[in-house]
Design a protein around this ligand. Structure first.
Ligand code: ZN
Length: 989
């Protein structure tokens, strides 16, 4: 039986009502949360009290900086936002309760393509055509602010505490200026350069993309081709070896002689081919080609060459896949191939075989790699060694340019591949074509394939500070520890960071180019000047003013010579500068609040941010200051449905946090559970992995919520006439049962404190339930009913119980406050006696006096509670068979043999209590009498033996007292109250 269902006794009808003589429950604290009304009331109370402001600024403990990773200012809040922000709030509220100055400045990421696209989509095509960059920026600015307000009200409704009136937005002037400061410091430290380099390019968005903006959908296939590149000249040493092997060099280099075989999955890059690369350490074979008679392939057309050069290890595989027989003539190391000249298969051009690197393997292809320095990172690096030009005959829309000769005008995502493959076929140099499935990067916004394309971009040279970044990673505490390996691998392997974007809605790269020489102007004076202008006017100034009004002297007087750049910064550079823009981690910048410090104590985001914000923040901070912007990084997984699937509209499995909190259209089907149930969910999950949420889980959580709320109400309801300063009983005068309850409470405080220190809130969730359901409801409050209701209001056995109830309810409110903040405050506001603190949050983190930790109670109480459980099972079986109504109709006979000597000792310990009116087993079993010495009844209602303990149940002797429902033999002896027992008569007199 739980406290909630604890019977609230009523006198039977038709007689004197003794109900009014009982001490019944009285409290305005509702059984039902009524969250839709009550939670906003409580939040209004916090605002009026300026509680967050007072605690975060006025606490006397150390400052604690959990720095908010800014969500993107676009779209409605989803459960991923809830998981993230509520975790942060639980940590902050715990810190505030611990007396720390936990100031939390919420942030929003406001620039970037998605908002730019939203604005453009909202315009008619005629409006779009007339839109100036500045007008676009102003619309994007307004749109972002509107989105921020929408998300903000959602966060506030969840009970999140923060500086909501002073958030940081990446579009704020002072933020943008600090970001320019970070960029400038990196420029001056030599970490920023401009270069023509292949970058991930999205033809569909017409911009460069960062790694974090790519995704790799399943099932991408590319048209792959094997192509023969005819040799036209051989290095002398190789020519001699071939000659000795029987192939005359003249025959090899004649039309239709020897060719190098390459394989590519991007045929559209072939017009940009400037070399074929080999691995100098691999073995290569010159093979005589014949159409294998055994060939099952449809390659009916014999190749137009007599000999092919392939990696020796791949020869057999290629025989099979090309449907040719390849007879090895000569085997040489890759190093010997350097300097072979070949004719481009499609264009009038001759290029050379060069030495690549270990990226050339025999895992697939031919072991000879088609090399286009404008379209691949390895190709670019190899090309640089050989001083090859960075040829990139593809424009920003993905169309081949005039440099691609007859293929100009075809599009790399559309007709370029089939056109080029057809041309290869016609040339006779196509050895094979097939579809090839592989991982391929797509634009995360447009869901279209990206390409590698060399463009003039601005880069942060990660190479320049990689070692320092890795050292910084090692100095940070990563939770879970696997996070360190993740980010370490990413930072060790990553290339330079392309930070420029060809978009309008962002922070400008504050650079000027000389109109005739192309020289770049980017020095301390120009950077400082632009930073000052942006601090005063915002980044719009870059578009509002012309060069004369943007340049400092002496350049301003010569402004006609200079052209301002049009690139904006990667949004990851925006958010990655927040340690400077918010925490003041750069010279000349102040933090947003005196309580904030840099490096922050904690960053807490989804595990995908190892690639995103954790990394961009780390790189900028290391580049400028040589260390990470955080001391600890905590990550969480993603939200899935109850079956472990991603939430999506098409699956219909999306849990909308707004509906969970406020209810849906039909409030019967989708009731308003309130923010506390959403918060309880966050505390319940092991967020180190992906976490599930669905309607079934929400129902279970609502149950758990009630398992906490109901006993809380019971505690409050029994304190209506209790004033601690007047009635509290000293610990030394408490019965054993009460001391045990305090011991359990102390143990809960210890375990929950440790769980919160380790951010393991799901352990708190389990411990809380166990405490409320088992220790509190099933044991303590179940037994306490008689003490609380039936005893005289001022009886010692009632006051001592109330003392415990008050001590427990105050601590329970404190322990749940970080998670169930509204319920905790509701409990506090309904304490029926005066306390010093206006809010539960002012009380501080719960503690237990040392004397509550009494290990001597544990063993005997363990035996007695086991015995009680055994007795309760027997009583329950009698009740379910209709042999008993209430358990008070029963008496229990107990026999212990030698095997149960521990239980016997525990009972002797209990019998030795100085408070037999509380510490007696009959009351604990809720029966009218308990016998240990009398012989057992001859015909018990039920009897069982376990571990040397025999429990027999019989009907109680005597008659039922009208008031306390106990069966007693002294009923009828008192003429004024003929239906009451002696104990009740005494209470009434
Ligand atoms: Zn009675």
């Amino acid at each position: 039986m739980t406290a909630s269902s604890a019977s609230e006794p009523t006198a039977s009808q038709g007689q004197i009502s003794y109900k009014d003589t009982l001490n019944l429950l009285q409290t305005p604290f509702n059984m039902r949360a009524n969250a839709k009304v009550r939670e906003p009331e409580i939040q209004a109370f916090w605002s009026e009290q300026r509680l967050y402001e007072r605690l975060s600024q006025g606490n006397t403990g150390e400052s604690f900086t959990l720095h908010d990773g800014p969500p993107y200012a676009n779209g409605a809040l989803h459960v991923g936002h809830a998981l993230n922000k509520i975790l942060k709030d639980i940590i902050n509220k715990t810190a505030l309760l611990q007396g720390k100055r936990a100031r939390f400045i919420p942030g929003w990421d406001c620039h970037g393509l998605p908002i730019e696209l939203k604005v453009l989509q909202g315009l008619k095509s005629s409006e779009r055509a007339e839109l100036t960059p500045l007008a676009l920026r102003r619309k994007a600015h307004a749109y972002a602010l509107e989105q921020v307000e929408g998300q903000k009200s959602g966060f506030r409704r969840w009970g999140i505490w923060a500086d909501w009136d002073q958030p940081y937005l990446t579009l704020q002037k002072n933020y943008e200026a600090a970001q320019i400061g970070v960029f400038g410091a990196m420029v001056l430290a030599g970490h920023i350069y401009r270069g023509l380099k292949p970058v991930h390019w999205s033809p569909s968005s017409r911009t460069a993309l960062a790694e974090a903006e790519l995704e790799y959908p399943d099932g991408h296939t590319s048209p792959s081709v094997f192509v023969a590149f005819p040799a036209v000249e051989l290095p002398a040493a190789l020519a001699e070896q071939l000659s000795a092997a029987g192939l005359a060099p003249e025959a090899a280099t004649a039309a239709g002689g020897l060719a190098v075989a390459i394989w590519t999955t991007t045929p559209w890059t072939l017009p940009a081919n400037l070399a074929v690369s080999v691995n100098e350490r691999l073995d290569y074979a010159v093979c005589a080609v014949s159409t294998g008679a055994e060939s099952q392939h449809d390659n009916s057309q014999a190749p137009a060459v007599t000999h092919l050069l392939v990696a020796a290890e791949l020869r057999e595989t290629l025989e099979d896949s090309l449907g040719l027989s390849l007879t090895p003539l000569l085997s040489v190391k890759g190093a010997a191939l350097e300097g072979i000249l070949y004719r481009h298969p499609l264009l009038e051009r001759t290029s050379a075989v060069v030495i690549g690197g270990d990226y050339i393997t025999t895992e697939a292809g031919t072991g000879l790699v088609h090399t286009a320095p404008g379209h691949g990172v390895d190709d670019f690096n190899t090309g640089r060694k050989y001083k090859l030009p960075v040829l990139c005959p593809v424009d920003e829309a993905g169309n081949l340019t005039a440099e691609a000769g007859r293929f100009a005008g075809t599009n790399v995502l559309k007709d370029a591949n089939p056109t080029i493959i057809r041309a290869l076929e016609e040339s006779g140099l196509l050895l094979k074509q097939e579809r090839y499935e592989h991982r391929y990067p797509y634009d995360w916004r447009t869901k279209k394939p990206t390409i590698f394309r060399a463009t003039e971009q601005w880069f942060a040279s990660v190479e320049g500070f990689r070692r320092a970044a890795l050292d910084a990673i090692a100095a940070v505490e990563w939770l879970p520890a696997s996070g360190r390996n993740r980010i370490e691998a990413m930072v060790s392997e990553r290339g330079d960071w392309c930070i420029s974007r060809q978009r309008t809605w962002g922070v400008p790269i504050p650079v000027f180019y000389h109109r005739s020489s192309g020289e770049v102007l980017l020095n301390e004076a120009s950077l400082q000047h632009i930073q000052n202008l942006i601090a005063e006017h915002g980044a719009d100034v870059w578009w509002e003013r012309d060069e004369a009004d943007l340049l400092p002297e002496p350049y301003a007087s010569d402004a006609g010579q200079w052209r301002k750049g049009t690139d904006t910064m990667d949004v990851w550079f925006d958010s990655g500068s927040s340690w400077a823009g918010v925490l003041g981690g750069i010279t000349g910048e102040q933090s947003r609040a005196p309580e904030l410090h840099y490096p922050a104590d904690l960053y807490l985001e989804g595990s995908d941010q190892h690639r995103g914000w954790f990394q961009s923040s780390l790189l900028t901070s290391v580049a400028v200051n040589g260390h990470a912007p955080y001391k600890r990084v905590l990550t969480h997984g993603f939200t899935l449905d109850e079956k472990g699937r991603k939430m999506s509209k098409s699956l219909g499995n999306v849990v909308d946090p707004a509906v969970l909190v406020e209810g849906g259209k039909n409030q019967k089907q989708e009731p308003p559970y309130g923010a506390d149930v959403l918060r309880l969910w966050v505390s319940s999950v092991d967020y180190s992995a992906d976490v599930p949420l669905g309607p079934g889980i929400v129902k279970q959580l609502a149950d758990v919520y009630r398992k906490v709320r109901n006993p809380a109400r019971y505690l409050l309801g029994n304190l209506h006439d209790f004033n601690p300063s007047e009635h509290a009983v000293d610990y030394s005068a408490l019965p054993l049962l009460d001391r045990w309850m305090l011991q359990r409470t102390a143990a809960l405080i210890d375990s929950v404190s440790a769980d919160f220190d380790r951010f393991e809130f799901y352990r708190f969730f389990q411990a809380l339930q166990n405490f409320c359901v088992v220790d509190l409801s099933n044991v303590y409050l179940d037994i306490a009913k008689d003490r609380l209701y039936v005893s005289a209001a001022d009886a010692q056995r009632r006051r001592s119980c109330q003392t415990v109830l008050a001590l427990v309810v105050e601590r329970l409110a404190g322990l749940i406050a970080p998670v169930l903040c509204h319920m905790a405050e509701d409990i506090w506001q309904n304490l029926p006696y005066a306390v010093d603190e206006t809010s539960v949050f002012e009380r501080g983190w719960p503690t237990a006096p040392q004397q509550w930790h009494d290990p001597a109670l544990e063993q005997p109480m363990g035996h007695i509670l086991a015995l009680r459980a055994l007795g309760n099972r027997q009583l329950e079986s009698c009740r379910s068979q209709g042999q008993l109504g209430a358990s008070l109709e029963a008496q229990v006979h107990l026999t212990l043999d030698a095997e149960a000597h521990n239980t016997g000792e525990a009972l002797a310990w209990l019998a030795g209590s100085a408070h037999p009116d509380v510490d007696n087993l009959a009351d604990w079993l809720l029966v009218s009498a308990l016998h240990t010495h009398r012989s057992a009844p001859s015909q018990p209602l039920a009897e069982t033996s376990e571990n040397g303990i025999t429990v027999s149940i019989a009907k109680a002797d005597g008659h039922k007292c009208e008031r306390c429902w106990h069966y007693e033999s002294d009923i009828g002896q008192h003429s004024s109250h003929p239906t009451l027992c002696g104990r009740c008569v005494t209470v009434l007199s």
